[in-house]
Design a protein around this ligand. Structure first.
Ligand code: GLA
Length: 351
């Protein structure tokens, strides 16, 4: 028997660097997928990538120090609870890598869900989210929050997923955009400092809680930030204000108020640039350029930061403006940006 599963990438409308701080996020899955075919294998583990046209063969699941570690990580974590026989896992994907679309979470969920379906594992979707999140943190070693795995699993076409990462309660908010559309501009910038700086921000947030003697960012109030050293005060302010912006964005979506939604995106970008300091000059250039065009309602860097993608909300098709932007950007940075129109999609499922 062969099982086939697709798992989507995701974007995040707003709520950046809040998911490891017990905060709010508002992602939606996009119509770009990791596609996995899983069947039992007679002897060894076989992990095939269509992109690399390469099969990694393993007698036992263990570190490969390649992309396949996302697959092996899931297997290892599931193996703690279940007997898993050797499998053949074929992967193909049209989720761009490194642009902030969570291609790794999509791969993890696709593999985990495929194994569940093939082997009839008694695991709920929420449990799978935790297992995949653990695989990435403990096996691959990226200390990410839970937003990516959660949105890849639970998203629903036509809706944004309003998630409280402190309680994992969630609500579907209709993507009521009044004719406006979301796009992503991939800056083409891939910075290796992304994961080290990401982990540093996490440590800074832990330090903030230690200084303020709090167990969670949910117990931190703006009036208490004065006690913090400058840099930490800026980080904390971002987290508190970004949470507030998520709540306002949910309200704006419910009212179909796309102008307000756009302003909140720009405000989030400024905060990520000036307070949380996870933007980069290429991203700032694109957002600044778009901000001067009246048909663009809002834009911001999204995901971990330091390059990757810009989420744009535009009231008219962006292709025309993009041609001009591309010329300016290419001349300045010698890298070609890419434009993608993104539509919402359902979370992981068997096909
Ligand atoms: C990365 C992580 C997410 C989240 C974002 C920032 O994408 O994987 O968990 O922390 O950065 O919001």
């Amino acid at each position: 028997m062969t099982v086939e599963v697709i798992a989507p990438g995701r974007v995040n409308i707003i709520g950046e660097h809040t998911d490891y701080n017990d905060g709010f996020v508002l992602p939606f899955a996009i119509n770009k997928y990791v596609h996995v075919r899983i069947s039992k294998s007679s002897k060894n583990w076989e992990i095939y990538s269509e992109k690399f046209r390469d099969t990694i063969t393993l007698e036992k699941p263990g570190k490969t120090y390649t992309w396949a570690d996302y697959v092996v990580g899931v297997v290892k974590i599931l193996n703690e609870k279940f007997e898993i026989p050797p499998l053949r896992i074929e992967v193909r994907s049209d989720v761009p890598v490194g642009a902030g679309f969570s291609s790794s979470a999509a791969l993890e969920l696709a593999v985990a869900w495929g194994m569940r379906e093939l082997l009839n594992l008694p695991v709920t979707k929420k449990e799978m989210v935790h297992l995949c999140h653990r695989a990435e943190n403990e096996f691959v070693g990226t200390r990410c929050g839970v937003m990516d795995q959660f949105s890849v699993a639970f998203s629903r076409k036509g809706f944004a997923l309003f998630l409280d990462t402190a309680t994992l309660e969630y609500e579907y908010v209709p993507l009521n955009l009044n004719g406006a559309r979301f796009y992503v501009i991939d800056t083409g910038v891939r910075r290796s400092l992304r994961s080290s700086e990401y982990n540093r921000r996490r440590e800074e947030c832990e330090e903030i809680l230690r200084i303020l003697s709090k167990g969670s960012f949910r117990e931190v109030f703006m009036s208490e930030l004065e006690q913090l050293p400058d840099a930490l005060r800026k980080r904390a302010r971002h987290v508190l204000e970004e949470n507030e912006r998520v709540l306002q964005t949910v309200e704006a979506l419910r009212e179909g108020n796309v102008e307000k939604l756009g302003e909140l995106l720009y405000a989030s970008h400024r905060s990520l640039r000036d307070l949380y300091e996870v933007s980069c000059r290429e991203a700032d250039y694109i957002v600044g350029w778009l901000e001067r065009r009246s048909t663009v309602l809002g834009a911001r860097i999204f995901g971990g930061g330091f390059g990757g993608g810009i989420l744009v909300l535009s009231s008219t098709p962006l292709e025309e403006l993009f041609t001009d932007l591309m010329k300016d950007y290419l001349a300045r940075f010698k890298v070609a940006p890419q434009l993608l129109q993104v539509d919402s999609a359902d979370g992981v499922k068997r096909i």
